[in-house]
Design a protein around this ligand. Structure first.
Ligand code: C6P
Length: 423
């Protein structure tokens, strides 16, 4: 009997770690098309992932049958829309293991989430002499809002450098972290290098120095289980469109005690309890930070996307994508004239590279003619490009529906590029 129980547990674990990729692919209509006469290989998931039929249908159903504004009407449709919209907060809470749905704020995406923190928390708490610590591997969305905050508050921006593997230099982090540091903002996973940062350790050290911590989770949430309580961070930001949900919607998680002390960022409908001409009383969390008519359809679509990935299992997704990473790295090593940019010991599901003598944009264009979609450019991470002395890289980034065969197609495409530019 005991053996039976043990083997059931093992088989549960095994099934949790297996993705039925063929079946997943069938869920995504956009994948089944040709580009330039070749079957599409979509390897630009870091920029935005594709949407499963259930998400597309949910949004169509919402607009066909349930649409109205939320929190504003006593009529049936408004109540239905409000219920659907509010139920998603629980999906998000459970996805990232927040304590309460009061800690889940709907925003337009990661960029808006970071700006909200910079201008609400930042403008209230930052003064000349205070410091904000970010890293050299940040996306522009986690650089520019802090630069703007520094300009407006007189605070100073400090940068934790990276090494040539594309890892944070933790010794420098330790040295730069002082009692003047008030905010630490760091990416969970680098979109340009794939580096996975030790965010729990970073948070623990920042808290010991008295700073609050924002984690940019844009490239974290789609690829691995996230537990904001285990990380201990004060804020965690992510975008719906990278986790198989719609564009124009995202989430800011904030610790309730921190959010409570923050002033509203934008004013308007829904974020108030009482408005008088001589002053207003603000709404409770999370509505205090949700001014105006929100992206209702987007939130509802995001809820379905979250159900979809949670059903597949984030551990299974992570395992699948790690196997593809191992495969891609082995192929990259065998490809002469290819230099991988970033070789951190902990990496997520992307390969950033340059080819000798060929501009990344040309690589991207030739690959597109082979039906392979990758991103070529600075990936909104110009300081990373500067560190590695390249103007741009080619980035192949994969997700739940990508296969070994597709990585083969990528490398066949790279062979073609090299042949073409050798002549
Ligand atoms: N990176 C990429 O191709 P938005 O645009 O708000 O959804 O996400 C911004 C953002 C913030 N942080 C990181 C680490 C990101 O990767 C992104 C988006 C895309 O890499 C588009 S530039």
């Amino acid at each position: 009997m005991k053996n039976q129980v043990v083997s059931q547990e093992l088989s549960d674990q095994a099934s949790e770690l297996t993705l039925d990729v063929d079946s997943v692919r069938n869920d995504f209509p956009v994948l089944h098309q040709e580009v330039h006469g070749c079957p599409l290989v979509y390897l630009d998931n870091g920029a935005s992932s594709q949407k499963p039929e259930v998400v597309i249908q949910k949004i169509a159903e919402y607009y066909s049958e349930q649409h109205s504004n939320v929190h504003r009407g006593v009529h049936t449709l408004s109540q239905r829309a409000t219920d659907l919209y509010e139920e998603v907060r629980e999906n998000v809470r459970s996805l990232i293991n927040a304590r309460s749905t009061r800690e889940i704020i709907y925003v337009r995406g990661t960029t808006e989430a970071i700006n909200l923190v910079a201008f609400s928390y930042g403008m209230k708490n930052m003064q000349p002499g205070d410091e904000i610590l970010i890293t050299e591997m940040e996306h522009h969305s986690n650089i520019v809002p802090w630069q703007l905050l520094c300009e407006r508050s007189g605070a100073t921006l400090k940068i934790v450098p990276i090494n040539d593997q594309g890892e944070l230099i933790m010794k420098s982090y330790e040295e730069l972290l002082t009692n003047q540091t008030k905010i630490v903002a760091v990416t969970h996973v680098s979109n340009a290098l794939g580096t996975v940062n030790p965010v729990a350790k970073i948070t623990e050290m920042a808290h010991a120095a008295g700073a609050v911590v924002l984690i940019d989770g844009a490239q974290g949430v789609p690829h691995k289980p996230i537990d904001v309580q285990a990380i201990g961070c004060d804020f965690y930001a992510f975008s719906g469109h990278k986790i198989y949900g719609p564009t124009g919607v995202g989430v800011l998680y904030g610790r309730e005690v921190v959010l409570e002390e923050m002033p509203p960022w934008q004013g308007g409908g829904d974020m108030i309890k009482q408005v008088r001409l001589d002053g207003s009383e603000y709404n409770d969390l999370p509505y205090k930070f949700e001014a105006g008519t929100p992206n209702i359809a987007g939130v509802i679509g995001l809820g379905t996307a979250i159900e979809y990935v949670m059903e597949l299992g984030l551990n299974a997704i992570n395992k699948h994508e790690s196997l593809l990473l191992d495969y891609a790295l082995t192929k990259a090593e065998q490809q002469s004239g290819l230099r991988v940019i970033g070789s951190a010991s902990e990496r997520a599901s992307l390969l950033s590279f340059v080819l000798d003598g060929v501009h990344p944009h040309d690589v991207g264009t030739v690959l597109d003619h082979e039906g392979v979609a990758v991103r070529a450019g600075h990936h909104c991470a110009m300081p990373v490009m500067e560190h590695f002395g390249v103007p741009a890289t080619v980035r192949a980034s994969w997700g739940i529906y990508n296969t070994y065969d597709e990585l083969d197609r990528l490398f066949e495409g790279i062979d073609k590029v090299q042949e073409l530019f050798r002549k």
